[in-house]
Design a protein around this ligand. Sequence first.
Ligand code: NAD
Length: 491
Amino acid sequence: MNTDKNFKLYIDGKWVNSASRVTFPSDNPAHPKQILGVFQKGNEDDANRAVEAAEKAFEKWSQTPAPKRGLILLRAAQLLRENKEKLAREMTMEMGKVLAEARGDVQEAIDMTEYMAGEGRRLFGFTTPSELRKKFCMTVRLPVGICGLITPWNFPMAIPSWKIMSALICGNSVVFKPSSDTPLCATRLVETLETAGLPKGVLNMVTGPGDAVGMTIVKHEKVRAVSFTGHRDTGNAILQAAGLKRVGLEMGGKNGIIVMDDADLDLALDGVIWGGYGTTGQRCTAASRVIVHEKVKDEFESKLVSRIKKLRLGDGLKADTDVGPLVNKAAQDKSRRYVEIGKRESAKLVIGGKVPKMDGFFFEPTLFTDCSVDMRVCQEEIFGPVVCLIPVGDFDEAIDVMNAIEYGLSSAIYTRDVNRAFEAFMRMEAGITYINSSTIGAEVHLPFGGIKHTGIGTREGGIEGINEFSETKTVFVDYSGKLQKAQIDID
Ligand code: NAD
């Protein structure tokens, strides 16, 4: 456990300094002068030590009965629940999310931890008849080995918990590399598992830069699986470097909401405000494109602008704040840069677009209208409170616009026409589709992930998390007492 504001790496059950002897601060993006803690800038040596510790711990942990592993997770879930308010407040201070959303993030970690605790009593394989007499066929699940888990900052407890809890319940040992924007949240999650009784070496955490710590984990020959969530370019570099190991990638998005002419416009407005400006637009599933039928475009746009005007920017700990700061200066610069790009591309800026005169890394909720799908602001992930409205003439055009991007994470349509709703979810190229709801809102027992440049086929959550972190072994038991040859002895 860390007792003061000088936080350590967690390797082989001990809190230790980095071999680099260098530290970095984590600040509050709403009040950048407020330092929440000082963290170790881990390096290659630390990452290697963490892999060694995970290797030592693997055998015993993988042989611990899965229901017993589940009991440790259950205790961790209880601890998270007891500390939920404190953890949520720290999260708001570390990355700016408004408090209600931070509570949701912690709740998702609790839910995932409980869910995976229960999986300790399932981890199902299956049996099936053999082609041959007196032969029994089944599958069993085995752990993969040492798993390297690399996470972003925007869901600093939920996303690490998706990966860590799934990997642990399957009997893997873990080296965890959290984002340098949210090392405090990551440390709290690791402390929780330590207090819950996780044996030493089973989970190791190395804070520090991606190119040093992250890449060492990715390339390490003893690491059998890498699970990464973050930016597309980082994911691509990881895929190239990982070599022959399992790689799960969850990357960016440029998600859209279609608003048809028969939509309940007020409901759609709620969805666009929540999807576009919730978490200050910093969700992989953020609704950054609104594809609106031209018959309702003017009405929808003017209602949207009046709703945006009412959004209050501020410190996420304050009860009246709707939109918190961006996570850091680079994110603020990126939003500002994209507003300039949008203006140059002749997108019409109707509201926002500026850095307000406030202390932290704030950015005004921004709306571009009269956009066309090929504009960079409609193609590239901005990861800020910038929404683009694209008018379309009919349903087919709306689907074409929805799909005319490289990403494929989340999508939504507002319509009262059930046939259109069905057609839309079959045709929209995305891992997730919402009907009459915004693009955001995962549930831990359902698969989460994307297609195209968002993901490479893996999913997280529920049984998919188990699939990601377990190997399926096929077992044949021949009790005939003679040699039977599959496909040859067919009588
Ligand atoms: P990022 O790619 O900059 O960083 C993610 C993690 O990778 C961090 O821990 C970082 O230190 C590490 N990293 C950076 N360079 C690395 C390297 N060369 N080798 C190994 N590791 C490296 O992303 P971010 O800014 O933290 O997060 C925002 C991005 O994450 C957005 O693109 C967002 O859409 C995406 N995201 C996706 C999902 C999803 O499930 N699809 C969920 C949340 C966020």
